[in-house]
Design a protein around this ligand. Structure first.
Ligand code: ADP
Ligand code: MG
Length: 905
């Protein structure tokens, strides 16, 4: 073993000799031959090669592991020519290390010994039993409980793209067909961790895609796997149907190709079957109000813009789910609001019922809290990864169903009663598990204590024998002490010698004749007797047989439960829905939300609307509610002006959030809300608001604006927050104006638009366009402070607010006066008679000397705004310039300051 690094010795009997190691001149050891053959089959993976109790990595894999896992890199020094790097770790660290490799974006192939090393002739047979990548990780340690781990396969055709999505941990699998643009948006909503696509897809396509979505792992896959024939054959074989029509996929010609390739890929990675992928659903995006990546980000639906606070998202506000299924579904509902008012109503009815019926909500919630992640559990059961605890956990979850049914049977609206059908009829399965598996089974499957008494007569007999034997041994110490008169005699057990009798040296003389000496210690000796060994054999034999028997019985049960996969999955889905609804009802009740009214109009009538997240931050009493009234065609664009920090952005977002909440089936933070269902929501935030994200290019902002102008419809909702800010003022105003005009004038593209801007010039739009309405956020002055009253009112804002704010902030009076002049000039947009910009024009004569100094210090020397030719205070300024502040003590500085002041006076 030394050739594989001294620190990880394997107990295996195979020891590649140093003299013919990896690539020595004499050829390759059989072991390395095996390794290299496997590596060839899984070239793009980090191969973890099991040797005894260790996983070993070779070559580049070892380098990667040492980098990411911090393992010591060793080299096989074989006379200089061979320096294959090596690294390894003990097998029990697999989960931890594999997880880190996967998170770092690597694909790992786990190679196990697939035969008993004791029985192997020569090299132990090994095979890759599983490949784990970001998108195919299913174990709890790799993935988050309340988030789906989606893998997506994409097939690009000339004008459509096929998208197949799977969460291997839950068995969900569905297919969509969409345009390239819709694809990007859908991926932004689903956030897959891995994208699979044909190796023929060109780099630029991928680059473009990656600009839109958070970084998944990209897997290039054989192009032919995307062939229609291959796809159809893989799908029909897996789902055991004669044709794809049987799957409802006949109108998804490109979707099928994405789905078939994905299934091929998954089958290659997971060898023990994918039976838990029991159906493939065709999905139609037209059902949902579409939210694109920028909107999800800007509205902070799932993640805060400021990554530091984990709170502050809509998900955070609404998620009070008790189960993992509910958590994952709620997330999906938030990013996929519905469009059909009657479907929305179905959900709202349930939220309404659960909100009012406090008892039902409490009881159902209580039951749900005891429901484990059965969707992933059944996956593990099918994968043959589940242990005794998993089965017990499933059983305990199933036991909660009757209570939920009992509570919901009376009075629950139809959407909930429909779910009850899916969670009924599990008693028998639960009984079967409960009657078989012991109450507190161990993690391990090989150590016994898994199966209850009464399940197998043979097992019970063996147990009795073992218990009796143990009892006999337990008595032995007493009887032998009496027989020999050695009061310190002990009976013990160790793995090497089994049971023994230990006698101290002092008592050696008293040892009876029938004792057989086995081991000599410093202070004593260990003996056995034929009787003892006979009993020992029985006990150990029984234990081994019991462990085998229990394991067999367990696997039998697990396979039986696996057959119920589809039914459990449906139940999991139903539980998720009930849970999400309970969560929505809970927040509705706690936050005083009301039931929205949805229809097919394009209205948006909200009285006393609130921002669901900001009100949590400020406290509900502190939050100032505001109205929104967009009715019929009379209003299309609301132009909201007001100083910084007044509450414009908050108002914009609260309207969009209320629409999303309403359409996902939630109650809303408002006195009343009537909303014509929205088909898409667009949210654009002017560049500088996103400086912190390092994405503040004006170009990005404009690309997003272009998307709105090209895709918004009369049913859409558009938020434009300070659009145009990322460029110069004139540029910005012009663009903002033209965008507003376009949205107002272009037939079929008249969305409900909220436009927040500090360009008060835009308020003039309202005088030109009948469906533009001005709103402003009120502020008050009080003593020398500005009070933000957060109230939205009709009409444009007092445009000199910025200057007033400056005044209130203590900017010297002369600067304020000057600023007012400049403003007046700007507003007239004039040029002076000698063709200079009016910006530089003065109206009130020369400034006073003292103000010159202040301005001078304030704006910097090269400012064109204030450049007096000679100042009477030049000597003082010169002196000031010469001062090296760093070289002065505070006292010196103070003295100097006093001197200068004196000179000035
Ligand atoms: P603006 O976009 O006009 O600069 P914001 O919408 O970002 O202003 O609001 C600034 C802050 O004011 C918010 O972070 C929030 O804490 C608070 N705020 C905004 N609207 C309200 C409101 N209606 N009631 C209470 N506080 C509010
Ligand atoms: Mg703002």
């Amino acid at each position: 073993m030394e050739s594989f690094g001294p620190e990880h010795m394997s107990s295996s009997s195979e020891t590649p000799q140093k003299k013919n190691s990896v690539k020595s001149s004499g050829g390759v050891t059989p072991l390395m031959k095996q390794y290299l053959a496997l590596k060839e089959q899984y070239p793009a993976t980090v191969l973890l090669y099991r040797m005894g109790d260790f996983y070993e990595l070779f070559g580049d894999d070892a380098k990667i592991a040492s980098q990411i896992l911090g393992l010591t890199l060793t080299k096989r020094n074989n006379g200089g020519s061979d320096d294959t790097p090596l690294a390894g770790f003990p097998h029990h660290a697999l989960d931890r290390y594999a997880n880190r490799l996967v998170r770092a974006g690597h694909k790992i192939a786990i190679c196990e010994q697939v035969e008993d090393p004791k029985k192997a002739k020569g090299i132990v047979k090994r095979d890759v039993i599983e490949v784990i990548s970001a998108g195919t990780a299913t174990e709890d340690n790799y993935i988050d409980e309340k988030t789906n781990n989606f893998i997506a396969s994409i097939f690009y055709d000339t004008d459509r793209t096929g998208l197949a999505i799977c969460d291997l941990s839950t068995g969900q699998f569905w297919v969509e067909e969409l345009s390239a643009r819709e694809l990007e948006e859908e991926l932004a909503r689903l956030e897959p961790t891995e994208l699979v696509m044909s190796e023929t897809v060109d780099e630029s396509t991928i680059e473009h895609l990656l600009r839109q979505i958070s970084r998944p792992v990209i897997t290039r896959y054989d192009g032919w796997k995307y062939d229609l024939d291959n796809a159809i054959s893989v799908l029909t074989t897996h789902f055991r149907v004669a044709s794809v029509e049987g799957l409802g996929l006949d109108s998804y010609p490109v979707g099928i190709r994405a789905a078939g390739a994905l299934l091929s890929y998954l089958k290659e990675q997971k060898k023990n079957g994918l039976q838990h992928i029991s159906s493939v659903q065709p999905r139609y995006l037209g059902e949902y109000a579409l939210l694109d990546a920028a909107t999800i980000r800007n509205l902070e639906l799932l993640r805060p813009l400021n990554a530091e606070d984990a709170e502050g998202t809509l998900l955070w506000t609404l998620d009070r789910t008790c189960t993992a299924m509910g958590g994952r579904l709620l997330r999906h509902w938030i990013t996929h609001p519905l469009k059909d008012p009657s479907k929305i109503s179905d959900r709202l009815d349930c939220v309404d019922w659960l909100r009012k019926d406090v008892f039902a909500r409490g009881e159902i919630g209580m039951a749900l809290r005891s429901v484990a992640d059965i969707e992933r559990l059944i996956g593990r059961i099918v994968f043959e990864r589940a242990n005794g605890r998993d089965l017990v956990s499933l059983m305990r979850s199933l036991r909660m169903f009757p209570r939920i049914i009992q509570i919901a049977a009376s009075g629950a609206p139809s959407f909930i009663s429909m779910q009850l059908d899916f969670i009924g009829g599990f008693d028998e399965l639960a009984d079967r598990i409960e009657n078989t598996i012991s109450e507190n089974p161990p993690v391990s499957l090989r150590e016994g204590n898994l199966i209850r008494p009464g399940v197998s007569a043979e097992l019970d007999e063996l147990r009795d024998a073992s218990v009796n034997g143990k009892q006999w041994i337990a008595n032995l110490q007493k009887t032998e002490r009496e027989r020999t008169g050695i009061s310190s005699l002990k009976v013990g057990f160790n793995k090497v010698f089994g049971y023994y009798i230990e006698v101290s040296k002092a008592n050696s003389a008293a040892v009876p004749e029938d004792y057989i000496r086995k081991q000599t210690l410093v202070n004593g000796e260990r003996f056995i007797t034929p009787d003892l060994k006979e009993k020992e054999e029985k006990i150990l034999g029984a234990q081994e047989r019991m462990a085998d028997l229990e394991y067999g019985l367990f696997c039998e049960l697990r396979a039986e439960v696996a057959k119920e996969c589809e039914r459990v999955q449906k139940a999991a889905e139903a539980i998720g829905k009930i849970d999400a609804l309970v969560s929505l009802a809970t927040v509705a009740s706690e936050n005083m939300y009301t039931r929205p009214v949805l229809d097919d109009s394009t209205n948006m009538m909200i009285r006393d609307g609130r921002h669901p997240v900001v009100e949590k931050m400020t406290g509900a009493e502190q939050f100032v509610p505001n109205d929104t009234s967009i009715e019929g065609d009379q209003t299309r664009i609301l132009l909201i002006t007001g100083p910084n920090m007044a509450g414009k952005s908050t108002y914009l977002r609260q309207n969009a959030l209320i629409a999303i909440m309403a359409q996902m089936g939630s109650f809303v933070p408002a006195g009343t809300a009537e909303i014509g269902v929205v088909d898409r929501i667009f949210t654009r935030v002017g560049a500088s608001d996103r400086l912190a994200r390092g994405q503040s290019t004006f170009l990005v902002e404009m690309i997003e604006v272009a998307n709105i102008l090209n895709n918004a419809t009369d049913r859409s909702l558009v938020l434009l927050d300070e659009v145009g800010r990322g460029t110069s003022t004139f540029d910005g105003i012009s663009i903002a104006w033209a965008v507003a005009e376009y949205l107002h004038e272009t037939p079929g593209r008249n969305p409900r638009t909220f436009f927040a801007t500090h360009y008060h010039e835009l308020t003039e739009l309202a005088s030109l366009f009948p469906r533009v309405r001005n709103l402003h956020v009120k502020v008050k002055e009080w003593n020398d402070r500005i009070i933000f009253v957060r109230k939205i009112a009709e009409g444009g804002c007092d445009h000199s607010y910025g200057i007033q704010v400056a005044r209130l902030a203590g900017v010297p009076k002369d600067v304020i006066v000057r600023a007012k002049e400049i403003l007046a000039n700007l507003e007239r947009m004039e040029l002076t008679p000698d063709q200079k910009p009016a910006l530089a024009e003065k109206r009130s004569g020369r400034m006073q000397p003292s103000s010159v100094i202040q301005t001078h210090l304030f704006v910097g020397e090269d400012s064109s705004l204030a450049t007096p030719s000679i100042s009477p205070h030049q000597p003082i300024l010169d002196e000031l310039k010469k001062i090296d502040v760093n070289a002065m003590t505070p006292l010196e500085a103070l003295t100097k300051l006093a001197q200068l002041k004196k000179k000035l006076d």
